[in-house]
Design a protein around this ligand. Structure first.
Ligand code: SF4
Ligand code: SF4
Ligand code: SF4
Ligand code: FES
Length: 1003
């Protein structure tokens, strides 16, 4: 019998308390932390029912009364009581036991026990387990169904009101952990139930399908549709047959009692273990790094169960919880393909790899190693990526290597390298949540990093954290912010530098910290001369009063965490913008502490890892320079192969080099470069010129059209390895499914190609690849698979003894003198500005339910149902000016290309700014964007594009479907489940306090 674990990183038992106050539990002296919840202290000692109490993260809900104990002679809910020194707790005497049993009996009045044919009977059902624990024999309060239909309207999960025990955990999760604020309980209804937006169907409410409610539901009231009829041996029977079986069980129950029936169901639950496989994995979408178990039955993905991930605890977003159909999509590449005329034919691995090696070898022979290049995917594991860069450097002999962090993250890394020395988040999600103020610049965090955003929303809602958002668009975080302001795109460097100057001029700089830990203050101060508040207000087009208000908030904040993303990093001054942020954090003393700090939010699941493993033209693994002779020598020794002397080409330069005839062959894994790079027409024209192009992917992407050979790779669920998330957190994933068809893990394919070209590698398992990388990479020195077993994680840098650093710089900065460096900056205007011909500013970014252009998420049926097509967000002002309604077809034209798209009128964008979410492969954003790039890193300036629109005659349906949460959802914010409203009901009495009366269900 296993209840779900309550605590992160453990098997479910609370960690022992070493220092604390003494209390008595059933006569035994125990130590407990003063102020902790009593239920936690008791659970360290013994099992006690606690149906509505989940974990410290969720906090006390106090709806079920199953945790009642005597405290100093008085019956109290142990989940709602805080530990105080000397407390005398009695859990095992009759009064408390009877009260708990009575409370559970009330619950059974709201829940029919049909465990043997229930899809939730998997040994972790809290209601089932409590029935066993309390040895329930009979039921006093008869089960009475509630007069509501089962709600099947959400694509991913269903709600069965009649099985709902009104514990409120789903509401607590929605209101205080995810903070989507959709769920509540209608306590005043004659028949209380869970409500979506106060009483809507689930589909079409503001529910974003994060699945958190389903994860925490202690029974089968909320269930993943993918589980229905699948988990049990008999749960897949027809409804009529199931009802008949339930009737039989009910008929024998008065005579047999529950004991024997529960034993049968327990046996059936144990039998399920044989056929349901539970594998720990890490999300393959964004850089938050959520981890969870995936339950599979053969190839069917039954559900995702977050247990205790270090990044996400029990949270997920819609993609992590429900976005897995792509793994079994019929579109998966399962055989190698070789170009034949205008199409492709299937080939054997041997045939395909023979062709690949002979062509790459011939190009190397004829034109030299630097006529070849390798692009590494940041969706692949660290081990996949490490082998690919090693292949480029040791087998091909070139540093022409890159990954997609060039499209978004390189400028943030550069800004941090310039100022503090490491290219990663200075702390973790926990440290963001602790901060006094969160400043979000150019990141629509709730869409792009949803679970991380929940921690900010929670701290803001419950713990008084201040939230300031600078963004041209009013996305969810902007809507929630204490201050939202909209700087003119491309000018963030100016107002951020003005904040630094304000702090220095007005005595708010942390002088002692600067004196001790920071170099370059005088020169930096001089460089700030032009950046007055007035200049910033004028340049950024923000009212002076707003900037002054922001400055005062920053000056007063206990600590400041800055979160930024592509709104900063996709401009021509992207590295400088990132540097300005880090400068401000230094001036305000927000490094070297466990709150505040710098958080560039990494896009892909392993974009941090792809940088770490050396998927770049200038650095080996661990950001070690390829032009430093000592480092080069170390790798030459380690790999036994002479190394190229010069830095190679980044992917932006590769495209130009192909067009110049210098680069002739490319090996690209898992990157749909045509869709991802800016100015796709330009990239496509380059790919057409390649002599030989091999693409390795799980689907036939747009980029595959230009390939000569396509190699079928395996997605994360089909392989082992590690990912490194935005928090620098290294986590293991395990193989949940066999490789589909003839597809293979990327590291195996690369090894095969390398060996056919004479490498003689013999890696049997990714752990051996990691061990080699760790031996050459100080940042990963102590990273070993045994230290990452299961849910264990490490945040780099990891010392040889396995000590990691959740917070960077606590002992000084990553420079030889341990001092940070202020970096002077100047401002230049962004490139493309709206003018009379192209009169609109085109903004773009992610959308919660799709990942980037949707290669994976468009293959998830439920996501497609909610958000099938792309659209252009148009402000109400612009719509009125041009006579546009939602659904109207438009032609959008930039200086670089044009596309046809439907309009969506929204109040999230303003004036002459339009917004195109990344969600479509049909005409992606980058047909419109230019080849302008950041002057330091060549990251494309995706956010500097001017367009014009032509209103076309066709009017289509609204591109948002009524099922989409943005269509008509109206959240109902409240603080938690508001249990006091339940306690006020006439029919409620606390068990043991006086005679118990069940909540009437109106029969
Ligand atoms: S939800 Fe749990 S207690 Fe209820 S019928 Fe299913 S297994 Fe039994
Ligand atoms: S649906 Fe919500 S209130 Fe009902 S049992 Fe599940 S978690 Fe509890
Ligand atoms: S997409 Fe990001 S936030 Fe969502 S579950 Fe995956 S890692 Fe977590
Ligand atoms: S666990 Fe304490 S009231 Fe439910």
């Amino acid at each position: 019998m296993k209840n779900p674990p309550r605590h992160p990183g453990t098997d479910g038992s609370s960690p022992a308390i070493k220092d604390g106050v003494e209390i008595l539990i059933d006569g035994k002296k125990v130590l407990a932390a003063e102020g902790e919840l009593l239920v936690e202290a008791i659970l360290r000692e013994k099992e006690i029912p606690h149906i509505c109490y989940h974990s410290p993260l969720m906090g006390p809900i106090q709806t079920c009364d199953t945790c009642l104990v005597e405290v100093d002679g008085k019956l109290q809910r142990s989940c709602g009581t805080k530990v105080a020194a000397g407390m005398r707790v009695v859990a095992e005497l009759e009064r408390a036991q009877k009260a708990r049993s009575d409370a559970f009996d009330v619950i059974l009045g709201n829940h029919m026990l049909y465990c043997t044919v229930c899809d939730n009977n998997n040994e972790n059902c809290r209601v089932h387990n409590t029935a066993l624990e309390l040895n329930v024999k009979h039921q006093e309060h008869p089960f009475t169904p509630k007069p509501y239909e089962v709600d099947m309207s959400n694509p991913f999960y269903r709600y069965d009101p009649s099985q709902c025990i009104l514990c409120g955990q789903c509401v607590q999760a929605c209101q205080t952990v995810e903070v989507n604020e959709t769920l509540s309980i209608g306590w005043e209804l004659e028949h209380p139930r869970v409500l979506w937006d106060g009483g809507m169907q689930i589909g079409g409410s503001s529910c974003v399908s994060c699945g958190h409610c389903v994860t925490v539901c202690p029974c089968n009231a909320l269930m993943e549709k993918s589980m229905l009829g699948e988990a049990g041996f008999m749960s897949g029977l027809s409804k009529t047959a199931l009802n008949k079986m339930i009737d039989v069980v009910k008929a024998v129950e008065p005579e047999m009692g529950y004991g024997a029936i529960m034993q049968v169901s327990q046996t059936e639950a144990i039998m399920r273990e044989e056929r349901i496989k539970k594998t720990k994995t890490v999300c393959t979408y964004c850089g938050v790094g959520c981890s969870y178990d995936v339950w599979t039955k053969d190839r069917k993905i039954l559900k995702i169960v977050p247990l205790h991930g270090d990044a996400n605890e029990i949270s997920t977003c819609v993609k992590g919880k429900f976005g897995w159909d792509y793994v079994n999509s019929k579109d998966r590449l399962q055989k190698p393909l070789i170009r034949e005329g205008n199409g492709f034919r299937e080939a054997t691995w041997d045939e395909a790899l023979t062709l690949v090696t002979s062509k790459l070898g011939a190009i190397k022979q004829q034109y030299g190693p630097d006529a070849l290049s390798v692009i590494i995917s940041s969706k692949c594991t660290n081990e996949d990526g490490y082998l690919m860069q090693k292949f480029a450097r040791t087998v091909l002999g070139t540093n022409n290597i890159d990954n997609c962090s060039r499209y978004c993250q390189s400028p943030a890394t550069t800004g941090l390298f310039r100022t503090v020395g490491y290219g990663g988040d200075s702390g973790g999600i926990e440290n963001i949540a602790k901060s006094g103020l969160v400043l979000i610049v150019g990141s629509q965090t709730a869409d792009s990093h949803p679970v991380l955003a929940t921690r900010v929303k929670r701290a803001h809602k419950l713990h008084g954290q201040r939230l300031i958002v600078a963004d041209p668009r009013e996305h969810e975080m902007a809507h929630r912010a204490d201050i939202h302001f909209r700087p003119r795109p491309g000018t963030d460097l100016v107002w951020i530098s003005a904040m630094s100057r304000y702090m220095l001029d007005n005595g708010h700089a942390k002088q002692e910290f600067l004196d001790k830990w920071v170099n370059g203050l005088d020169e930096y101060r001089k460089s700030l001369e032009p950046f007055t508040m007035e200049y910033a207000a004028k340049t950024c087009d923000v009212p002076l009063e707003t900037l002054e208000k922001v400055a005062k908030e920053l000056a007063a904040a206990r600590s400041i965490a800055v979160l930024w993303a592509m709104g900063i990093t996709q401009h021509i001054r992207a590295s400088d913008g990132s540097t300005a942020i880090s400068n401000l954090l230094l001036i305000t003393g927000n490094y070297m502490r466990d709150e505040g700090g710098a958080y560039p939010l990494r896009g892909h699941n392993n974009v941090q890892g792809a940088g770490d493993i050396g998927a770049a033209p200038n650095v080996y693994p661990g950001y070690q320079s390829v032009t430093d002779p000592e480092i080069r020598e170390k790798f030459e020794k380690g790999w036994g192969v002479a190394q190229p002397l010069e830095r190679g080409l980044d992917n932006h330069q590769m495209v130009d080099a192909i067009l110049e005839g210098k680069l002739r062959g490319m090996y690209l894994a898992g990157e749909d470069m045509i869709e991802a790079d800016s100015n796709s027409n330009h990239v496509a024209s380059a790919f057409e010129k390649l002599d030989f192009f091999v693409v390795q992917d799980i689907f036939f992407s747009e980029t595959c059209r230009y390939a000569d050979v396509i190699l079928p790779a395996a997605p994360a669920l089909e392989k082992e390895g590690t990912f490194t998330s935005s928090e620098r957190r290294i986590q293991r994933l395990y193989q949940a499914l066999p490789e589909l068809g003839d597809s293979r893990a990327d590291w195996k394919i690369t090894q095969d190609i390398a060996n056919r070209m004479g490498a003689n590698w013999n890696y049997q398992h990714p752990s051996e690849i990691m061990a080699e990388m760790a031996s050459l990479t100080p940042l990963y020195e102590g990273v070993r698979y045994d230290r990452l077993e299961g849910y264990n994680t490490l945040q780099w840098p990891v010392a040889a003894d396995g000590t990691d650093q959740p917070v960077l710089y606590l002992d000084g900065f990553a420079f030889p003198d341990k001092k940070a460096r202020l970096y002077p900056l100047t401002f230049t205007e962004p490139t493309e500005q709206p003018d009379s011909e192209y009169d609109l500013f085109l903004n773009n970014g992610r959308l919660l339910e799709h990942f980037h252009e949707g290669n994976m998420t468009h293959r998830v049926a439920g996501i497609r149902e909610e958000t099938p097509e792309r659209y252009l967000e148009i402000s109400e002002e612009l719509a009125a000016e041009r006579g546009i309604e939602s659904g109207r077809w438009l032609r959008v034209t930039s200086r670089h290309g044009s596309l046809k798209i439907k309009a969506l009128i929204t109040n999230r964008v303003f004036g002459h700014q339009v917004y195109l979410p990344h969600l479509s492969q049909e005409g992606p954003i980058n047909v419109l964007t230019s080849s302008h790039a950041d002057n330091a890193t060549n990251t494309p300036a995706f956010k500097e594009t001017a367009v014009r629109i032509t209103v076309l005659p066709d009017q289509g349906v609204n591109p948002l479907r009524p099922l989409n949460p943005r269509f008509s959802g109206k959240p109902t914010p409240q603080t938690g489940v508001e249990v006091e409203r339940k306690w006020k009901r006439q029919d409620y009495h606390m068990p043991g306090a006086q005679e118990l009366v069940q909540i009437q269900t109106g029969h």
